[in-house]
Design a protein around this ligand. Structure first.
Ligand code: SAM
Length: 237
C-alpha cells in the first residue's frame, strides 16, 4: 500500500527517539502498519511525540491521561513505554469518536498493550468523562490533543489543570504561533488560551513553548510552581 505520509514524514516517524524506546514487537506489528493507515495524517508529529514520550520514560511517570486518542499512534507509543517500567504504568485515553477508538483498540491489541490501557469514549469536558478519569488519577502526565479552539482549551484548563496536584505535567499539542490561525472562532486557539489562563494564575503555574526555531515541535508544557515540600538533607562539613 502507498503511504499517505511523505518520505520525509515517514522517516521522521521511523527514526524519532521514541522508536528506540518502544519494543521491537510494537514497532513492527503496530506502529509500521499504522504509518501506512489511511488515517495516519492527524496523529501527533514525530518530534512532539518524542518529547511527550521522554517524560514517560522516567520511572516515576506511572499514570498518564491522554485527551484525544485518534487512531492510537501516540497511545501505542506511550503505553508501550509505560508497560516497560519495573512497576508498569497505565495510560487512560479519551476520545469522543467510536470509529477512531475502534481503530485504536485494534492497534493496541496488536501491540499486546490492552492490559496497560483504559479506553474511555466521550467528550473530554463531559461530567461522565471527568468522573471516569478521576477514578484513575492523579496523573503524572496529561497530554491534551482534542479540540483546539480557545474556549475549549480554557475549559480544559479550568477542568483538569486547576484540579491537578503539583506533580502533574501537562502537554498541549498545536500550541504554536502558527496554529493560532487554525481556531475558526478567531480567538487564538490553544496558544492564546494558555497565555490568558497563565496570566490569570502567574503565581502558581508556568508555561513553556517548544516551537521553532529552537524546536521542531508545536507543544506547550504547563507545570505548577508550587512543588511538594522535600526535606532538605543535612550537610556536615
Ligand atoms: C488531533 S486528533 C488526536 C491525535 C492523537 N493525539 C495522536 O497522537 O494520534 C484529535 C482527536 O480528538 C477527538 N476529539 C475532538 N474533540 C473531542 C472532545 N471534545 N472530546 C473527546 N475527543 C475529542 C477526535 O475524535 C480526534 O480523534
Amino acid at each position: 500500500m502507498e503511504p499517505l505520509l511523505t518520505t520525509e514524514q515517514l522517516n521522521a516517524y521511523l527514526t524519532a527517539p521514541y522508536s528506540q524506546w518502544v519494543r521491537m514487537k510494537t514497532r513492527s506489528d503496530a506502529l509500521i502498519p499504522m504509518l501506512y493507515d489511511s488515517e495516519i495524517i492527524g496523529a501527533t508529529d514525530a518530534d512532539s511525540l518524542s518529547l511527550v514520550a521522554m517524560r514517560c520514560l522516567f520511572p516515576d511517570c506511572q499514570r498518564v491521561l491522554q485527551l484525544g486518542t485518534y487512531i492510537g499512534f501516540s497511545a501505542v507509543v506511550l503505553a508501550d513505554i509505560l508497560a516497560q517500567h519495573k512497576l508498569p504504568g497505565l495510560l487512560v485515553t479519551v476520545d469522543n469518536s467510536e470509529v477512531h477508538l475502534q481503530k485504536a483498540q485494534h492497534f493496541l491489541e496488536v501491540a499486546d498493550l490492552l492490559s496497560r490501557v483504559v479506553i474511555l469514549k466521550g467528550d473530554d469536558l463531559s461530567s461522565q468523562i471527568r468522573e471516569q478519569t478521576a477514578l484513575y488519577g492523579p496523573f503524572d502526565l496529561v497530554y491534551v490533543d482534542t479540540l483546539h479552539t480557545h474556549d475549549h482549551t480554557l475549559d480544559i484548563l479550568e477542568t483538569y489543570v486547576a484540579q491537578a496536584p503539583p506533580q502533574t505535567v501537562f502537554f498541549f499539542h498545536d500550541a504554536g504561533i502558527k496554529q493560532i490561525a487554525l481556531d475558526a472562532t478567531g480567538k487564538g486557539g490553544v496558544r492564546r488560551a494558555l497565555q490568558d489562563w497563565c496570566a490569570a494564575y502567574p503565581a502558581t503555574h508556568q508555561l513553556a513553548f517548544f516551537e521553532p526555531p529552537a524546536w521542531n515541535t508545536y507543544l506547550a508544557m504547563l507545570t505548577q510552581k508550587e512543588r511538594a515540600e522535600y526535606p532538605v538533607p543535612k550537610v556536615t562539613l
